[in-house]
Each structure stands twice: as structure tokens, then as C-alpha cells.
Design a protein around this ligand. Structure first.
Ligand code: ASP
Length: 272
């Protein structure tokens, strides 16, 4: 079984959802899908998570967040409509909007909803089960993930033979409150899912074909590096290579699970 994770650019619009489905259909072992919130569709566009943080700040300082919240709503409802899904997120989004305005939603819960709604849409599109990260990614009081408890919880939630979609980026504190990783943390959720399920490989699908030899914004078409060690990858992530969250390596490394960085927009490229 393979665990796959799709980043924000792979979840940006209905066209990207179709690419994700094609990638999953190409290999029936790709049974577990971890998703990010919708990312930018074009340069200058907004990341959903940024809009959610902005929304929270507006409410905190007593400014009406409706215009921003409505942008968030339409991003998700457009995907729902374009893919012709049976699912209707409108009532849940409406309810969230009311609770946010009434200051009933914590900052972490609000910003986690980008991944939550992405996963709901993707699960409906694929006909996979939705497994909420809050039901298995367990944080201890010190904010560290309790690996044993989390792994056992995910194993217990899986239905054998059935695909699952999991929102990245968050989990739950011992009292059930939503807690998020730092920005870019959906990569960690994918790595935890791969370790929990003893996956054959953890595929991290993004918008570049693996670890590149140079920054593609500076150098045209740099080649990708076919293989790096876990150590090299961790060092590259720490030093700002912007490919993976640095917390991603530990869970898969501990179980000796290979990590394959791939490009949703060039699925035949083997990546790193
Ligand atoms: N959506 C979150 C962020 O923008 C987490 C992630 O995409 O990994 O940081």
C-alpha cells in the first residue's frame, strides 16, 4: 500500500483534482491520500490557508470578515460544482461563517478548515472514505505528536481494501481541541500516515519533479536529483529548499519507508 500526499497547488481547482484522480487510478496501491488546503491557481492568487488566517485576524480586531470568508466559500463551492459532486458543503460553510463571526472558533480550528474541506471534496470525488485527522493525529500537552497512540488510532479507523482521504496539517489535543503543525505541516501528516500503516512508499506530490539542482525561479529547467539520503533531505529542508516541511523525515525514516517526491503536473517523471 502506498500513502500519497497532494500539496496546495495539486488541490487548487477542479482541473487539479482530475489530475490527482488520474494519478491514483494509475496505481491501485495508492489507497491513502493526504491533502492540503487549496493553493494558488496562478501567481497573485491566494492560498486558502492565508485567507483563513486573515479572516481570523479580522474577527479578532472587530473587522467584518464576510468578504474574505465569501472568497473561501466560493473557492470550495466552485470545485464542488465543477466536479459535479453529490456532496454539498454550503451548509457547513455557512455554519462555520456564523460561528466565526460569533467568535466561537479558535484560530487553529479555523485555519485547519482549508485541509478539512479539501479532504471532504476529494473523498467525495474519489468515492474514498473521509478520515478526519482530529480522530487520529493525537498531540500531547507539550504539542508533540504521540506516535504510538496516533498510529494505533489510524490503524483502527482504516477499512481494509477501501481508500481513504485524510486532511493534513492538524490533529487534536488531549481535550479534543484542534491543534495545527507549523505552516506546510501537511507533509508531516502524510509521513505519519505512511509510518502508521507501514506503507511501501510515501509519495509526496507537489509542483516540482523532486529535489531540483537549482531554484527554478532563478535557473531555467534545472535537473532533479534522483536520490538523496534522509539526512541530506533533512538538511536541505532545514536550509530552506522549500520542498518539504523538515518534520516530515523522522516518521518515515524510523520505519525505513522510502519517500518519493513527485510532480502532479508531470506524473511520468520519477522525481526524487
Ligand atoms: N495549508 C497549510 C499551509 O499553507 C499546510 C500545508 O499546506 O501543508 O501551511
Amino acid at each position: 500500500m502506498k500513502v500519497t500526499k497532494f500539496g496546495g497547488s495539486s488541490m487548487a481547482d477542479a482541473g487539479q483534482y482530475r489530475k490527482v484522480r488520474d494519478i491514483l487510478l494509475a496505481d491501485p496501491d495508492r489507497k491513502v491520500v493526504v491533502v492540503s488546503a487549496a493553493g494558488k491557481r496562478f501567481s497573485g492568487d491566494h492560498k486558502l490557508t492565508d485567507l483563513l488566517y486573515l479572516c481570523y485576524s479580522h474577527v479578532k480586531y472587530g473587522v467584518d470578515c464576510s468578504p474574505i470568508f465569501d472568497m473561501i466559500t466560493s473557492r470550495y463551492l466552485d470545485i464542488q460544482k465543477d466536479l459535479n459532486l453529490n456532496l454539498d458543503l454550503a451548509p457547513e460553510l455557512e455554519d462555520l461563517k456564523k460561528r466565526v463571526a460569533a467568535k466561537q472558533v479558535s484560530r487553529e480550528e479555523l485555519v485547519s478548515r482549508g485541509e478539512y474541506f479539501s479532504a471532504k471534496l476529494m473523498a467525495s470525488y474519489l468515492g474514498f472514505r473521509f478520515i478526519d485527522a482530529a480522530d487520529w493525529v493525537c498531540f500531547d500537552m507539550d504539542g508533540k505528536v504521540n506516535l504510538e497512540k496516533s498510529y494505533a488510532a489510524l490503524q483502527g479507523l482504516m477499512t481494509p481494501g477501501m481508500g481513504a482521504v485524510i486532511p493534513g496539517f492538524y490533529g487534536a489535543m488531549p481535550d479534543g481541541a484542534i491543534h495545527t503543525f507549523s505552516r506546510g505541516g501537511s507533509d508531516i501528516t502524510g509521513s505519519l500516515a505512511a509510518a502508521a500503516l507501514d506503507a511501501e512508499v510515501y509519495e509526496n506530490w507537489t509542483d516540482v519533479s523532486g529535489i531540483l539542482m537549482a531554484d527554478p525561479r532563478i535557473v531555467d529547467d534545472p535537473l532533479s536529483i534522483p536520490e538523496v539520503t534522509y539526512d541530506e533531505l533533512r538538511e536541505l529542508s532545514y536550509s530552506g529548499a522549500q520542498v518539504l516541511h523538515e518534520g516530515t523525515i523522522f516518521p518515515v525514516r524510523e520505519k525505513n519507508i522510502p519517500l518519493n517526491i513527485r510532480n502532479t503536473n508531470d506524473p511520468d517523471h520519477p522525481g526524487t
